[in-house]
Write a protein that binds this ligand. Structure first.
Ligand code: ZN
Length: 65
């Protein structure tokens, strides 16, 4: 086992544990949007792609009647 990888928040300096399958997250302590360092990013799950595709489809389906 290795020690838990963490990276410091750019705003408050608190140690954050990188979320799995994403490159961005909010600081656990101050809520600032953080970019997870590439070397700490973990592999995304297969479902991740479907989730994003569903999101991009949503706005285009909106009608302005
Ligand atoms: Zn912070």
């Amino acid at each position: 086992m290795t020690s838990n990888p963490t990276f410091s928040c750019s705003a408050c300096g608190a140690p954050n544990k990188p979320e799995a399958g994403t490159s961005r997250m909010a600081c656990t302590y101050c809520g600032t949007n953080l970019t997870i360092p590439e070397n700490l990013q973990t592999a995304a799950r297969p479902r991740w792609k479907n989730f994003v595709e569903g999101q991009t489809r949503y706005p285009s389906g909106k009608r302005s009647a």
